[in-house]
Design a protein around this ligand. Sequence first.
Ligand SMILES: Cc1ncc(COP(=O)(O)O)c(C=O)c1O
Length: 497
Amino acid sequence: MKSICADLVLQRLAPEAGAALNRQLYNCLREAILDGSLPPSSLLPASRDLAREIGMSRNTVLHAYAQLQAEGYGHSRVGSGTFVAETAPDNFLSAGRPVTAAAAASAPVRLSKRAQTLLANASAAPVQWGAFMPGVPDVTQFPHRHYSRILHRLWRAPAPELLTYSHGGGHPALRTAIAEHLRVARSVRCDADQILLTEGVHQAIDMTLRMLVDPRETVWVEEPGYWGFHKVLQMDAVRVRPLHVESDDEGPGAGWPRGGKPPRLIFVTPSHQYPLGSVMSLARRRELLDFARAAGSWIVEDDYDSEFRFAGRPIPAMQGLEPDSPVIYVGTFSKTLFPGLRVGYMVLPRALAQPFRTAHADLYREGHAITQAALAALIDQGHYAAHIRRMRVLYARRRALLAGLIGEHLGPEYLHPQASNAGLHLVLRLPDGSDDVAIARAAQARGVLTRPLSAYYQRGGAQRGLLLGYACVQEEHIEPAFKVLLRCLQSSSSRAA
Ligand SMILES: Cc1ncc(COP(=O)(O)O)c(C=O)c1O
């Protein structure tokens, strides 16, 4: 079998009229070193091997290697072979990759209109860890010893079906484990056949839109709502109508869009509204279910962090309120375990399960079966439930600490009135007219991450505030980070005065 270096030479070697073979080979390798294809310190193949692989004599290769060394592009170590130099000679460096990269970066590219809209308001934060990054669990607490022991066992003799594309909605053991967990922990009515494993909620939303909504059809989305939904909705070119969630006191249905065609989908976070944190009342849930049945709409219930409720009775999922409810339930391991895992799940109404499973395999080429098998074992052995129990205690403590600091230094009215005692973040309410975007920016410049509440609104009338994630902040860091934030708030209000 050929080495990668031989593949590179065979692809790039262009016969130069009149040039000796060793010179041609030398030029080819030198170019590859300069453009970074052969990285600094990498080992070149043994001369005998390369000669055989590229059909040249060993002497030709030895000559080329000697020339590279003479000019400082390589060096040899006795008994180890020939290596690319750590730094190529200065006079050649400027002629290589940087110029090409700069030229490529400035070349105009034509992006689709959808892509331009997406990029104009790119929302994913480059830094995802530290005080007070919202929505991130304490990944340092993940039971990695149990997980790596399970993975190690699976990797000792992995069955072929763990390493090929999967089909049928994901690994059966994980679908069964999730169905059992959801029936007990969230009162979801389901069996394993209704579960489809995804790469997280984003993929579940994308999939649902592609399967159930055509471009320019209407969907309802909570206002304010999760920015990630809007990104996917923009890409799929659907019409969005706001479902206002701030009018809870005005009785069921008060914030619903009026008139127009019924929506194909209604996106909600009933157990813990994102980002405000309210709980949708039972009356409102029933009314929404009745409406969806009558209108032929599907409700998409995003139950992203409901495992973390620190006071009162657990709130069962809307999906399980009625048999055969018109609800597509989506969940994720991003909050209970860690976001980089990229494993989520959908619970599909029976009529949708088979079409979604088939489409999912065709669209995304499912995989990660070995990860899914490991997760199933983690759940079956009780580590998942134990981890959630431990994290509940930890996050409740961190939330209480942060809420206490807000009450003490700013006053209880700064805690958002709709927030329930749950989740991984709380909302620090700011006076109307505050520039929450500027405050978040100033805090970020001082190393404290937050998200401005107004950014979660698509229309006017945005409330001002800051989303503060407490789950990923160790207790001893909460107060110092909060004091930094306080200074940003104080300097913003003294500028406004
Ligand atoms: C409301 C809500 N839904 C879904 C997600 C993302 O889930 P996933 O990581 O599974 O795509 C988030 C992430 O912060 C979220 O806040």
